[in-house]
Ligand binder design. Structure first.
Ligand SMILES: [Zn+2]
Length: 580
């Protein structure tokens, strides 16, 4: 038996999930309030018999590994390790060599040791303490975020770590010192230190600020190390993740100190991107906890470009992007420390407009003159962003809004959009994968899953599948299952899963659970009628999809003035309408 199967055999799904959320018996299954979307009625089900969970509200589901991954914000390996420890199963380290793991573990230990050292130094330094008081950080905040002080003298930390039998090579690898001709010197000297912790709250680096604004650089960060990779790091996530999950929203600011100030003010769903541009890996990390991200960046021209660059990345990650307006102040820290500032910060977050609406508000201020040139510049700018939107309906909606704004016909905006070359900013593969792993519960998915659940459970409903083909299903998984059921009209899927469907093991179990919940107590005749009406709905949805595609082609033909083509496409559109 491989490790995941052995872990599954040893742990009960209801016991594992029951240790995170409250479950109540519901027939053969258990029911609870879904931890992955906000709901009042309990639509989250656990089936001890099948070893799976499924939420009827948001459509998420899987086995104990997927549950722990989502709940703890871990990857598969992380969930595997966690559950292995719980089940008492020893994992072989196939991916990394044992020596490698030991070295990484040691780096974490060294950084933990350094953090404690710096914390102890802060207690001794009155000037550093006064500086933090001046920034209005409370004693509790200083303790929670583990602020420290790096002594001014050249190699105090190096000496301390050497006295603890840590080698020079390890000190450098941890990003704590630099090699110089006269020997190792501390990376951070005469700075207040804020530890950078990963999502598991392990320190992986520091940001250090000088006390005197004249000294440069004002802020110094740990360089790239084995543990610290700036482009994948979000500051404060270890302390923000619960609040992010609960409010189903994350706020991203530029500065780490802004995060600390905001948490102290009681607004804890805030993290920092440590630099202006938000990267694809950072968005992917956030999308584990929420799909609503609000950016509170400085709105100078660099901030504006950083915001626009984030639009296609957010789209690819399935994240809805909103922009927080900071008004006249330069950052959240400054805002929070104003009279009534906490309340203003709170309201600015609550009112943050969707990114496209925000652009429509912002751009006219950049191109103020009411001339033809200004209109052209503004529309060029906005259309370049529109071109990066992947959803045609959304694209069309904002094309119309632009037309209203600059007072031209919607056709001319669409014509201009049609002339644009395909956007080259293709989202990175990683983000695409993250998005597909989080399917949206849409109309076709509901109908497709209902029909598969019904036909898997009751062989007398399978005849309804005969007029459907592969392209009636939105995923390959469902195509596979449909094909198998159709070719095996008498198989009893409840008693045993055929080997050909083993690779869809969890999914078939979820479909069975859905079928039992929805149709378990229906009369046979009602079930058959339902199966035919679901099959009809799938057929109609396919036609609607084709019509949507035709619509886009018609618009293009209109824009390019090709009347003959437009007529032909319109005829096709009407023919399709008759089939519904
Ligand atoms: Zn749910």
């Amino acid at each position: 038996m491989d490790a995941p199967s052995e872990i599954k055999a040893r742990l009960d799904v209801d016991e594992v999930i029951g240790s995170y959320i409250q479950l109540k018996p519901a027939g053969a299954n258990l029911r609870g309030v879904c931890p992955f979307h906000q709901e009042k009625t309990a639509s989250f089900m656990v089936s001890p018999e099948k070893g799976i969970w499924h939420c009827f509200g948001c459509g998420e589901g899987g086995d104990i590994f997927t549950f722990v991954e989502k709940m703890e914000g871990l990857d598969f390996r992380g969930a595997l390790e966690k559950l292995a420890a719980r089940a008492g199963v020893t994992l072989e380290n196939r991916q990394s060599k044992p020596g490698e793991i030991k070295r990484t573990q040691r780096l974490y230990q060294i950084l933990e040791l350094a953090t404690r050292y710096y914390q102890a130094q802060l207690v001794k330094s009155k000037t550093a303490q006064n500086y933090l008081k001046g920034r209005k950080f409370s004693a509790e905040t200083i303790k929670t975020w583990r602020f420290g002080w790096a002594p001014t003298k050249g190699d105090e930390l190096v000496k301390f770590l050497r006295s603890r039998q840590i080698s020079d090579a390890e000190i450098v690898a941890a990003g704590l010192a630099r090699k110089q001709p006269r020997g190792l010197v501390d990376m951070f000297r005469g700075r207040v230190l804020l530890p950078l912790a990963d999502v598991e709250a392990r320190v992986i680096g520091y940001t250090g600020r000088v006390l005197d604004d004249k000294a440069l650089p004002k802020y110094l960060n740990t360089p790239q190390t084995k543990l610290f990779d700036k482009s994948r790091f979000l500051f404060g996530l270890h302390l923000a993740r619960e609040a992010i999950k609960q409010s189903d929203m994350a706020v991203v600011v530029e500065g780490n100190m802004d995060v600390v100030a905001s948490h102290q003010a009681g607004i804890a769903q805030v993290v920092a991107s440590s630099g202006t541009a938000l990267t694809a890996p950072q968005l992917k990390l956030l999308s584990r906890f929420t799909r609503t991200v609000k950016l509170a960046f400085d709105q100078d021209s660099a901030g504006l470009r950083a915001t626009e660059r984030a639009i296609p990345l957010a789209q690819a990650a399935g994240v809805s992007l909103h922009i927080v307006n900071l008004g006249q102040v330069k950052d959240p820290d400054e805002l929070i420390n104003l009279e009534g500032g906490k309340q203003q910060w709170h309201q600015a977050i609550a009112k943050a407009p969707y990114v496209m609406d925000w652009l429509l508000e912002t751009l006219p201020k950049q191109y103020k003159q009411d001339s033809a040139t200004a209109k052209k510049q503004l529309s060029d700018h906005f259309i370049a962003v529109l071109n990066r939107l992947s959803d045609p309906i959304e694209q069309d909606h904002y094309a119309q809004k632009l037309a209203e704004l600059i007072d031209v016909s919607p056709q001319s905006v669409r014509a201009k959009l049609a002339q644009q070359p395909e956007s080259k900013a293709a989202p990175p593969e990683v983000v695409k994968a993250a998005f597909q792993a989080r399917p949206v519960l849409d109309e076709s998915r509901i109908a497709e899953e209902a029909l598969l659940g019904l036909t898997l459970l009751f062989s007398d409903t399978r005849v309804s599948l005969q007029d459907l083909s592969a392209d009636n299903w939105s995923t390959e998984e469902r195509q596979d299952i449909h094909r198998y059921i159709q070719n095996h009209p008498t198989t009893d899927f409840k008693s045993q899963l055929p080997t050909e469907l083993q690779k869809h093991d969890n999914y078939v179990k979820i479909l069975l659970l859905q079928g039992e919940e929805r149709y378990g107590d229906w009369a046979p005749l009602d079930r058959r009628i339902e199966s035919f009406s679901l099959a009809q709905r799938l057929a109609n949805l396919k036609i609607k999809k084709q019509q949507k595609e035709l619509n886009a082609e018609i618009r293009q033909a209109e824009a390019s003035g090709d009347k003959a083509l437009k007529q032909k496409l319109l005829r096709q559109f009407r023919d399709l309408s008759r089939k519904i």
